[in-house]
Write a protein that binds this ligand. Structure first.
Ligand code: ZN
Length: 285
């Protein structure tokens, strides 16, 4: 069975056909049963998953043509965006960090959200890329157990945690949240792929290319803290809400960790791909 893919076009919730060439509008396809607002749909994720099953029998004539350049962020107004630093062993080594005892958490502010194929406005000389697996919460709560954690997840996305290293490392100790929250620095998408029906969710191949050159390549089972661990830890401190976004950390190969360092330049195209989830394509300006 193919996992449901949920996205957003012109501010409206949509479901993508298996062919990845067409989509349906959620409100219209559900006969008005489900809303057009993506955030409200994520709260009703089990109904979205059921609606996606009926999409398989829709013929091509009933589909609108999918243009990836028109995709909006599939989670346009999350209440919280959490991000985990130093969550791959090789990345910890390249950044000269020790291994964390608990997830090392910072935030990316929602005003930095970008479209899956959006442009990145570079600031200064040290803007960097970070490919990440992103989880979207469907059912919130506090004190969620590791065993229950996946049942709180709507699905998974590809994420780019663009980072202004100059801002991040202005002081000692560094601060993360502002350096990762410039306009457009939070790219998510292209869709939310239903986690419950994604058999590969525990070990996905992730690749980041900058202007065609592979800069990061990993399997996500190399994470120090896995998605259920992160959800259990976060919810032991903060209440989680439907639509919350969790960036789960980047593997080795970021520009700041290379010799020589390789920061983003105007005209660079950053392509972030995760197996079964799709590709983000962001152009640096
Ligand atoms: Zn990151």
């Amino acid at each position: 069975m193919v996992a449901a893919r949920f996205g957003c076009v012109a501010g409206r919730a949509m479901l993508v056909a298996d062919s990845l060439t067409g989509y349906v509008d959620v409100e219209k396809f559900s006969g008005g049963k489900l809303p057009s607002d993506p955030m409200l749909c994520i709260e009703r994720w089990s109904e979205i998953r059921d609606l996606a099953k009926s999409l398989a029998s829709t013929n091509a004539a009933g589909l609108a043509t999918l243009d990836f350049n028109q995709l909006d962020c599939p989670v346009p107004r999350p209440r919280q965006i959490f991000a985990i630093g130093v969550n791959y062993k090789a990345h910890a080594a390249e950044m000269n960090h020790g291994l964390p005892k608990e997830p090392l958490v910072f935030t990316k502010f929602p005003s930095s959200l970008n479209r899956p194929h959006g442009q990145i406005k570079l600031v200064g000389e040290k803007c960097d890329y970070e490919a990440e697996l992103v989880a979207i919460i469907a059912k919130g709560g506090r004190n969620i157990s590791v065993a229950d954690a996946w049942s709180h997840v709507a699905g998974l996305c590809v994420g780019q945690d663009f980072s202004d290293r100059a801002l991040q490392y202005t002081n000692t100790p560094p601060q993360f949240s502002l350096g990762k929250s410039r306009a457009g620095f939070t790219a998510i998408g292209p869709f939310i792929t239903d986690a419950a029906t994604l058999t590969t969710r525990n070990n996905l191949e992730m690749t980041c290319r900058v202007s065609g050159e592979v800069m990061q390549h990993t399997q996500t089972d190399d994470m120090i803290f896995e998605i259920p661990d992160i959800i259990a830890y976060l919810s032991s401190i903060c209440e989680l809400f439907p639509g919350d976004v969790i960036y789960t950390g980047t593997p080795s190969g970021v520009g700041a960790g290379r010799t020589p360092q390789r920061f983003l330049c105007q005209g660079d195209i950053v392509e972030t791909t995760i197996q079964d989830l799709g590709t983000l394509r962001n152009t640096c300006i």
